[in-house]
Design a protein around this ligand. Structure first.
Ligand code: MLT
Length: 311
């Protein structure tokens, strides 16, 4: 009977509101992407998707929360590249990255920006690198914990300039940005979904973008590569996951809703304003997100070279 009941409820899914866990603080880049997509998906699903921020441990606490949730489609996770990097960074994770989730689809791949507090003296990336190396014992780098995109980019930066730097972890780069604006922390590598407004407002300094080409919204902001950091490219892909065992009818229904949301004018226009774009219809599928976890192999050597693990 329970199997019959389960499949019947999967057919009528969703019958009540859905919780979308964001594994970082409210007001940060991951939260921004989640709330935009959740609002649009809610319309299509006819049920409210409620975003719940579960911060800590670079996103792995929130991911673990969803890994252990009932596989009924009423608890889902929106997470980014940190799902792949955490698989190497954490010696002990509360979940088995490649076996704890079902896949819904990719959402967007967001570029990052290397930024600093407003009164930081350097005016270009080369000047920033020289300054940071000369003041390596005092410069502080904000991130959202080991496993965060800001951690990955900061780690790549420290490796690229061959300098160990002091990092200041937050539960998200929303609160980190508050301290950057207040001058309590010096530099950060964060996604355009969180830095665009501040860069346009001139309240922080921007030095480079991590995308292959310059961004339409920041035509005068050079790429890290053209500024001399060879191979310094990273895009923060975001995916939606459900706990292992969630019925395929449910994940397919969510994927269909995600694909519609990524065509929603409100979502695409806002993404463009924030320097990013929606994943294609083909990428907003369970198979495309599952394939993206292959990036664990890409980042493993980068992490091993930097040697920054979490115990
Ligand atoms: C990250 O660095 O992974 C994100 O900025 C975290 C967040 O969305 O706050």
């Amino acid at each position: 009977v329970s199997l019959f009941a389960a499949s019947a409820s999967a057919q009528n899914y969703p019958e009540r509101s859905i919780t979308m866990v964001v594994p970082f603080s409210a007001g940060g880049p991951t939260d921004t992407v989640a709330r935009l997509v959740a609002e649009s998906m809610s319309k299509d699903l006819g049920q409210q998707i409620i975003v719940e921020n579960v911060g800590g441990a670079g996103g792995t606490l929130g991911a673990g929360r969803v890994a252990q949730a009932d596989p009924d489609g009423y608890t889902i996770l929106l997470h980014h590249i940190g799902m792949a990097t955490s698989a190497t960074l954490y010696r002990k994770l509360a979940y088995d990255t490649l076996n704890a989730f079902e896949y819904v689809g990719l959402v967007t791949e967001v570029p990052m920006t290397i930024v600093a507090r407003k009164d930081f003296e350097p005016t270009d990336l080369k000047g920033l690198i020289d300054y940071v190396k000369a003041n390596k014992d005092t410069v502080t780098v904000a991130n959202a914990g080991i496993g965060a995109a800001s951690h990955l980019c900061g780690m790549m930066f420290a490796s690229a300039i061959d300098t160990q730097l002091t990092t200041v972890p937050y539960k998200g780069t929303g609160p980190a940005m508050t301290d950057l604006l207040g001058g309590q922390v010096d530099i950060m590598c964060d996604q355009t979904t969180n830095t665009t407004k501040q860069i346009q407002g001139g309240t922080i300094n921007a030095y480079a973008v991590t995308s292959p080409a310059r961004l339409k919204i920041f035509p005068d902001l050079p790429t890290a590569v053209e500024s001399g950091l060879a191979d310094f490219q990273v895009g923060i892909w975001h995916g939606i996951y459900a706990p292992k065992g969630t019925p395929a009818e449910v994940t397919e229904r969510l994927s269909k809703s995600l694909q519609l949301a990524l065509k929603d004018q409100n979502v695409t226009a806002r993404f463009a304003e924030l320097g990013t774009e929606p994943s294609s219809e083909a990428d907003a599928t369970p198979a495309a997100l599952k394939a993206k976890l292959g990036e664990i192999a890409r980042w493993k050597p980068v992490i091993e070279a930097a040697g920054q693990y979490a115990d």
